[in-house]
Design a protein around this ligand. Structure first.
Ligand code: NIG
Length: 344
């Protein structure tokens, strides 16, 4: 059974503010047909000019199973509230996107009394849903843009991409944490180590890795796998190389693998972005936008995954969190779309 909650016309109407003489992205974007199956919806959207599928995975069992904070349940709504209200114009029409909806997670969410082990078991169940839905999307030839949810979903995305493209994937991840923790049960801190062990991850590069937010055991595991990284300190603090130079090196290494490329971003890399592991010492949003745009333009990217945004983790409350995560995710989505449309 497909666990998918489709985006509806009612939801669109609730989110868009119309204005005479203006056309919003949300008025042009494609929506799924409710009584049509997933494969047919994807085929239909593609025939009507879609290239991207926007999908949410609202859940916080992954971060909580990693002993982190909850809240990553409603970033998709925040993102759509902003993205669908952007202007449709000469730069971007909107019809290139199918706003598919969200993977259903309600029945997997557990209350605050649950044990870590119970949460990890639920994350493994979610993995199966992510793999099923994402494999269909990759098989359709459309590019998913996924709004999390925890970074645990990188595993399902990579497994689905491997199943569809029939080869391991080269991933780049802008993240202070490598999420290469031990395989101790599924959670948001080990999506990439599980994907590596399953053969779905062929190459891995972490951009902005925080030198003191990864255990020695994790760093050793990364090295054994052959992963590469540029640390946050190297680029943004000690300025040993510029972001531009790092991006050029990363794109070259990704392209050398001749593999499909996954673009991953944990928004806890961005200064004060509401998320489980939010930080005051992060990178500017504009640098995250440059990262997504550069890699999307210079590499054969097959998806974008924006993980960990948690509106309720904003220090000024949830309403401020919705606004900040919504605007940021919406800019990241456009940065990716713009890159892919102009890909070299
Ligand atoms: N995906 C995030 N992983 C980090 C953050 C943990 C947290 O949520 O606080 C990690 O495992 O260290």
């Amino acid at each position: 059974m497909l666990h998918l909650s489709l985006f509806t016309e009612d939801k669109r109407q609730n989110l868009i503010t119309t204005r005479e003489g203006e056309v919003k992205v949300g008025q042009q974007a494609q929506l799924p047909i409710t009584n049509c199956n997933l494969a047919d919806n994807l085929t239909q959207a593609k025939a009507n000019g879609a290239r991207f599928v926007i999908l949410g995975i609202g859940e916080d069992i992954g971060p909580r199973a990693n002993l982190g904070r909850g809240g990553a349940t409603n970033a998709f709504e925040s993102a759509m509230a902003q993205f669908l209200n952007l202007q449709s114009n000469r730069f971007f029409n909107g019809k290139e996107c199918l706003i598919l909806g969200q993977i259903s997670t309600q029945d997997l969410q557990l209350d605050t009394q649950s044990t870590t082990e119970q949460l990890r078991d639920q994350v493994a169940k979610l993995d199966e849903r992510v793999i099923t839905v994402l494999t269909s999307i990759f098989d359709s030839g459309l590019e998913p843009i996924v709004i999390g949810g925890g970074h645990n979903n990188a595993y399902g995305l990579l497994m689905a991409a491997k199943a569809s493209f029939k080869r391991p994937i080269a991933a780049v991840n802008l993240d202070p944490h490598s999420d290469f923790r031990p395989k101790e049960g599924r959670h948001s801190g080990n999506g990439f180590s599980y994907a590596a062990a399953s053969g779905a991850l062929g190459y891995y590069h972490v951009l902005g890795l925080h030198e003191l937010k990864n255990s020695e055991a994790t760093l050793a595991q990364l090295e054994t796998f052959g992963a590469q990284w540029h640390s946050l300190q190297q680029i943004w603090i000690r300025q040993e190389l510029s972001l531009e130079t790092a991006l050029k090196q990363i794109a070259k290494q990704l392209n050398n693998t001749q593999s499909p490329v996954a673009i991953e971003l944990d928004v806890d890399a961005i200064t004060n972005m509401p998320s489980s592991a939010s930080t005051a010492a992060g990178i500017p949003l504009l640098d995250a936008l440059k990262y997504v745009n550069y890699i999307g333009k210079h590499c054969p990217s097959v998806y974008l995954h924006l993980a960990e945004a948690a509106p309720s983790c904003h220090v000024a409350g949830e309403a401020a969190g919705h606004r900040e995560t919504g605007q940021s995710l919406s800019e990241l989505i456009y940065s990716y779309i713009n890159a892919r449309i102009n890909a070299l």
